[in-house]
Ligand binder design. Structure first.
Ligand code: MOS
Length: 703
């Protein structure tokens, strides 16, 4: 047994880099002073479909300070890889509004921007098809959807089960286009040094970014180095590589100087991905006692002409409840729009809004308590028949109901009033896969009894380096202050993305393995004393992960919401949110709590304010700033409480951890929508529940 220290796993511990961040010393992608650095600014297509007939650069090149204008006629050639979105400035074809068609490089940011304004792009544009509809003639069923799930899954006989049900729900739900809007934009500093490419990039995965750049520029991976020491949020937007780094690297090669490129807020909307709008039909059939006989979930999403990305919205219905008859399937259509990408619990998040709204509707239709209905439909296997490695959804619901005061709830609609406000409460379940991917890590001991642990984690604001140090200290059996941790550099070694809520489990396993091996070597080969030259040990978890048993591994949770709504003005105000989560062993309660508060806050944004409006005539995302795209802020969130249900799962990884980055948002929007229904009797099946939306529903309901 290792000795317990106040900084070990399970200890509440502040972020290691907190002071650096709050004092402004932390260096993000374009913050590093770099002698001779110049600036790049993109020119975007103002049409959604067609081709660039000509790019006129003379006027731009005449501006003081402008060094070059890159466009498809002169940009360095890239080796086509597996992601067509990365092949920027390689052809005159335009697949979406806002696609980069030129890049101006200048000695100052201002002259680059002035130069970009002076570039004239002649277009041969065609009418664009930019709107997702459930009856779009080009919809098709993809074989697989995001994260590799089969697009369609059938068990039992859905239609038969649905047909004999005593209580049925058949409803269609909609979620809008949403954008990540991390605080730090996508940004890159790139330079070439004797044939090597060095990049500081705002990415959730420097390993993937390195491999992608190496492939595009036809370099061996060891000649590319990607740093991401600090990343100002990601939410999925920086998960897959984005063109920013490619553009900066191309420009740096052309002008022979370091190039800095930080996108503006409005550029982010077209250039780095978003969450597809979804249309989801959910059908639930239950027997007279409220046991589900049939679960049907059919999801529609859009993708681009360039690549197929299908949001896995119906996948959550394979996991959350049990039913003998099940169908879940996905449809996608290629439109003249940018390619959607992973965002804040892709799949589970929009899927939960649909499924958990439908469960609430089922509870109303059957006159069942919404918490009890969920408890009654718990299951020990997923729809594919795999047993769960651990599952404490029922405990989350029970504990949450107790802590929230659910038992005192009046099930009747619109009965509680406070002045102009109607009060309501709602609940929803939450789940997210507990993923672990192979990672490497190294651990080194020096003769002065200090330890240096390196793992190519990306700390995107989550506290990753802090929990990696806790995990390392535990495995080494020393206090955390004896351990120095290094993250955020592709040169450290292969490690997976800070995404899919897999970071801590994946990197932490490699760290544990390296540290245990190091401890063992110190004790066995050196009698417990580190030799003067030090010892270094590397670890790779590929084989360990492959050797695990077959289980459905998921974290679970339950969200409760109390709010007030004014059907005359359409306003909705959150009073209180409670999230109860069973997510394996919690490594650091402080940072875990922050993650879940963040997730639930984003869930409130999804429920009430967030939506990107696309102008169907042009294909332009017109709400491309934070004044018109409303993320939830402090004033929107009076109180969020987070509680954990202890969970001991031996089938995960040596730490027993599940991911918590995305679990918090899943379910939150449904809990809010269900509370709006309880308060007002208005069932909003289309997010967000803006004042205008609520007013239109209440007027159509004659309220
Ligand atoms: Mo997260 S959407 O998996 O980066």
């Amino acid at each position: 047994m290792t000795t317990l220290h106040p900084t070990s796993i399970g200890a509440a511990s502040p972020r290691l880099e907190a002071r650096e961040k709050v004092t402004g010393h932390a260096m993000y992608a374009v913050d590093r002073p770099m002698p001779g650095a110049v600036y790049a600014w993109p020119v975007q297509a103002a049409f959604a479909r067609g081709r660039v007939a000509a790019v006129q650069t003379e006027a731009a090149l005449g501006i003081d300070g402008v060094l070059a204008v890159l466009w498809h006629g002169n940009a360095p050639r890239l080796e086509p890889g597996n992601d067509p979105q990365m092949l920027v400035l390689q052809s005159p074809e335009v697949a979406y509004y806002g696609q980069v068609v030129a890049l101006v490089v200048a000695t100052t940011l201002e002259s680059a921007q002035e130069g970009a304004d002076a570039v004239v792009v002649r277009a041969e544009a065609q009418p664009a098809d930019t709107v997702l509809r459930a009856d779009h003639p080009d919809l098709y069923e993809p074989e697989t959807v995001n994260a590799g799930y089969p697009g369609r899954l059938e068990t039992g006989d859905f239609e038969a089960g649905f047909g004999v049900a005593d209580v049925r729900i058949d409803a269609t739900y909609r979620t809008p286009t949403e954008h990540h809007n991390a605080m730090e934009p996508h940004a890159t500093t790139a330079f070439w040094e004797r044939g090597r490419l060095v990049v500081y990039d705002a990415t959730q995965s420097s390993t993937t970014m390195r491999d992608t750049l190496a492939a595009l520029f036809e370099l061996p991976p060891q000649l590319v180095r990607v740093h991401n020491e600090h990343v100002g949020g990601g939410f999925g937007g920086k998960g897959y590589p984005k063109p920013t780094a490619v553009l900066a690297a191309m420009a740096a090669r052309l002008v022979g100087r370091p190039v800095k490129l930080a996108l503006s807020r409005s550029m982010l909307f077209a250039m780095v991905g978003y969450r597809t709008p979804t249309i989801q039909r959910v059908r639930l059939g239950a027997d007279a006692k409220g046991r589900l006989l049939a679960i049907g979930h059919e999801a529609f999403a859009q993708t681009s002409r360039l690549a197929e990305f299908t949001e896995q919205s119906a996948v959550i219905s394979r996991v959350l409840y049990g039913a003998p008859n099940h169908t879940s399937r996905h449809h996608v259509v290629r439109l003249d729009v940018p390619t959607p990408t992973v965002m804040r619990a892709p799949g589970e998040c929009p899927g939960a809004f649909a499924l958990e709204s439908a469960m609430d509707e089922l509870a109303t239709a059957g006159n069942w308590d919404p918490v009890q209905l969920r408890i009654d439909n718990d299951t020990d296997r997923d729809a594919e028949g795999l047993p769960f490695s651990s599952r404490h959804l029922v405990e989350c619901l029970r504990h949450g109901a107790e802590a929230f005061g659910w038992s005192g709830r009046d099930p009747r609609i619109g009965t509680r009033r406070e002045g102009r406000w109607l009060l309501g409460t709602g609940v929803a379940s939450s789940t997210f896969p507990a993923i672990t991917w192979p990672s490497t890590a190294t651990a080194r001991a020096t003769a002065d009894d200090h330890f240096h642990v390196a793992v190519n984690a990306a700390d995107i604001g989550t506290g990753a380096r802090t929990v990696m140090r806790q995990i390392a200290a535990d495995a080494l059996g020393v206090p955390a202050h004896c351990v120095e941790i290094t993250v955020g550099d592709s040169a450290i070694g292969q490690a997976p993305v800070a995404g899919g809520s897999m970071g801590t489990s994946s990197w932490g396993w490699a760290v544990t393995k390296a540290c245990l091996a190091l401890r063992e070597r110190i004790d066995r080969e050196h009698g417990g004393r580190v030799p003067p030259e030090g010892i270094s040990v590397g670890a790779d978890t590929t084989a360990d992960i492959a050797a695990r048993g077959d289980y459905a591994r998921h974290a679970f949770g339950a969200q409760f919401c109390a709010l007030r709504a004014d059907p005359r003005t359409g306003e909705v105000r959150i009073d209180r949110l409670l999230g109860v989560f069973a997510a394996g062993r919690i490594i650091n309660p402080t940072t875990a709590r922050s993650q879940l508060i963040g997730g639930m806050t984003m869930g409130v944004g999804m429920a009430l304010t967030e939506q990107t409006i696309l102008d169907p005539r042009t294909g332009d995302f017109v709400t491309s700033d934070l004044a018109s795209y409303h993320v939830a802020v402090n004033a929107d969130i009076p109180r969020i409480d987070i509680e954990f249900v202890p969970e001991d799962d031996p089938h995960l990884n040596p730490m027993g951890s599940k991911g918590i980055g995305e679990l918090g948002i899943v379910g939150t929007a449904a809990a809010v929508a269900n509370a709006v229904y309880h308060a007002t009797g208005i069932r909003v099946r289309s997010l967000p529940i803006t004042p205008a939306a609520l007013l239109s529903y209440s007027s159509s309901a004659g309220a």
